[in-house]
Design a protein around this ligand. Structure first.
Ligand SMILES: Nc1ncnc2c1ncn2[C@@H]1O[C@H](COP(=O)(O)OP(=O)(O)OP(=O)(O)O)[C@@H](O)[C@H]1O
Length: 373
C-alpha cells in the first residue's frame, strides 16, 4: 500500500433496515495510522457503519475498501478488523489468558510464538496476576484492558472500537482513553472509534466525522470541527455555542462588517464567501467571550444583565441576557470578577467568531485560508 493511501475507504455506502435508511450515501476516508472517530447522537448510525466496516453487515449500495482491497461480500472473520464493544464481549467461561489467546488459535502459530505474543499483551496492559481469572472476577477497567489485548494480539492494522469506554467511571474513562491514544500512536495501527461524547472525540482523534441521522455532516481535525463547524447541528453537538443572527453590511479590508443586535461585529474574513446583504449566523464559543465590569468601546462589544452563574472549578459560567437572547460565557480568569452582578460587558475577538449561512445551511471554508489556531 502506498504511504498516502487511505487504510479504509468508504464510498457512497447506504444501508437499510426494512423501510428505514440507517446509513445514507456515506463516503469517508480513514488515513493509515490515524485515529478516526465517528461522533454523533444516539441512533444516528455510528454502530451500523462500524458493523459494515467489520463485515457484520453488508451495504445495500456502495463499496468498502481496506488496504486497497474491496471488502464487499467478505465475511467478518476474513477481514482482520477486530471490533471492541462497549460491553467488552469477553468469553465468560474463559480466563484472561484464554480470552487473549482465542483469536491466535485460528492463526495456528507455533506455541512459543503465541505465548510470547500473549505475554507482550499482558505486559502492555498490566494484566500480571490476572491471567488465570475469569472475566466476572475483574473490574470494568480490567475487562476493558483484556478486550483491547484480545483485539491487539492479532497484530491487525485496523482496530474498530464501539464506545469502548462507556462503562467506565469518569476518571477511569479519561485514564484509559489517554492510554489508548498513546498505545495507538506507539504501535501505529489505524483506529476507528465510536463515541457520542464530544470531549472524548476531540481529545483522542486525528480526524472526527460528525454524524447526523445516517449522514456524515462534517469531517475534519478536532480543531476544525470545534472552531469551524460546518452547520448549526455540528456547532451545537461538538460543544456549547452562542448563536446570533446578523446581516453583512460591508467588507472592509480583511473584515466582514456585520450588523448584529444593536451593534456591529467585525469578523475576520478567513475564507468566508459572504458578501454585503447576506444574512449570517454568528457562532461564538462561550470561552471566547470576555466579561468585564466596565464597558469596552468600539465594535465586538456589547452589554447585558447577568442572570446567573455556576462554578466549574477551572472556570465560571455566566448566563447574560443581552439583545433579546441569553449568552453563555465561560470565564477561566483568575477569579477577579467572582462577585460580578447586574450590568456586565462582553467582547469577542474578530477571529473567534465563526459564520454560517442564516438559512440553516452548511458552510464550506476555502482550505488554507482559515487561521485555525
Ligand atoms: N438490526 C437492525 N434492525 C433494524 N434497525 C436497526 C438495526 N440496527 C440498527 N437499527 C436502527 O438504525 C439506526 C442506527 O442505529 P445505530 O446502532 O447504528 O446507531 P448509533 O449511532 O450507533 O446509536 P447508539 O449511540 O445509541 O449506539 C437506529 O434507528 C436503529 O434503531
Amino acid at each position: 500500500m502506498a504511504a498516502n493511501e487511505p487504510m479504509i475507504e468508504i464510498t457512497n455506502v447506504s444501508k437499510r433496515f426494512g423501510d428505514f435508511e440507517a446509513i445514507k450515501n456515506i463516503s469517508l476516508s480513514v488515513p493509515a495510522g490515524s485515529f478516526t472517530t465517528l461522533l454523533g447522537p444516539s441512533g444516528c448510525g455510528k454502530t451500523t457503519l462500524m458493523k459494515l466496516i467489520a463485515g457484520f453487515f453488508e451495504p445495500d449500495r456502495g463499496d468498502i475498501f481496506i488496504e486497497g482491497r474491496r471488502m464487499n461480500g467478505l465475511p467478518a472473520f476474513k477481514r482482520n478488523t477486530p471490533l471492541v464493544f462497549q460491553d467488552y464481549a469477553l468469553f465468560p467461561h474463559m480466563t484472561v489468558q484464554e480470552n487473549i489467546a482465542y483469536g491466535l488459535k485460528l492463526q495456528k502459530l507455533p506455541r512459543k510464538t503465541a505465548e510470547d505474543k500473549i505475554t507482550a499483551m499482558v505486559d502492555m496492559f498490566g494484566l500480571h496476576g490476572l491471567r488465570d481469572r475469569l472475566p466476572r472476577a475483574l473490574s470494568g477497567g480490567q475487562q476493558q484492558r483484556v478486550a483491547f489485548a484480545r483485539a491487539l494480539v492479532m497484530g491487525s492494522n485496523v482496530i474498530l472500537m464501539d464506545e469502548p469506554l462507556s462503562n467506565l467511571d469518569a476518571k477511569m474513562r479519561v485514564e484509559v482513553r489517554d492510554e489508548l491514544r498513546q498505545l495507538q500512536q506507539r504501535l501505529g495501527f489505524t483506529a476507528v472509534f465510536v463515541t457520542h461524547d464530544q470531549d472524548e472525540a476531540l481529545s483522542i482523534s486525528d480526524q472526527v466525522a460528525v454524524f447526523d441521522q445516517g449522514r456524515i455532516v462534517q469531517v475534519g481535525t478536532p480543531r476544525e470541527i470545534y472552531k469551524k463547524p460546518a452547520s448549526r447541528f455540528a456547532a451545537d453537538f461538538v460543544g456549547a455555542a452562542n448563536f446570533a443572527e446578523g446581516v453583512v453590511k460591508a467588507i472592509e479590508g480583511d473584515d466582514l462588517v456585520i450588523a448584529c443586535g444593536n451593534g456591529i461585529m467585525r469578523v475576520h474574513r478567513d475564507g468566508y464567501a459572504f458578501g454585503p446583504g447576506e444574512r449570517v449566523t454568528l457562532v461564538i464559543r462561550p470561552e471566547n467571550i470576555a466579561v468585564h465590569e466596565s464597558a469596552s468601546r468600539g465594535d465586538n462589544a456589547w452589554s447585558g444583565h447577568l442572570l446567573r452563574s455556576s462554578f466549574h472549578g477551572r472556570s465560571v459560567r455566566y448566563w447574560v441576557a443581552a439583545d433579546g437572547r441569553d449568552w453563555i460565557v465561560d470565564d477561566a480568569g483568575p477569579g477577579s470578577i467572582a462577585g460580578l452582578q447586574g450590568l456586565v460587558h462582553m467582547s469577542v475577538d474578530k477571529r473567534a467568531v465563526h459564520l454560517l449561512p442564516a438559512a440553516g445551511g452548511t458552510v464550506t471554508i476555502e482550505s488554507g485560508t482559515g487561521a485555525i489556531a
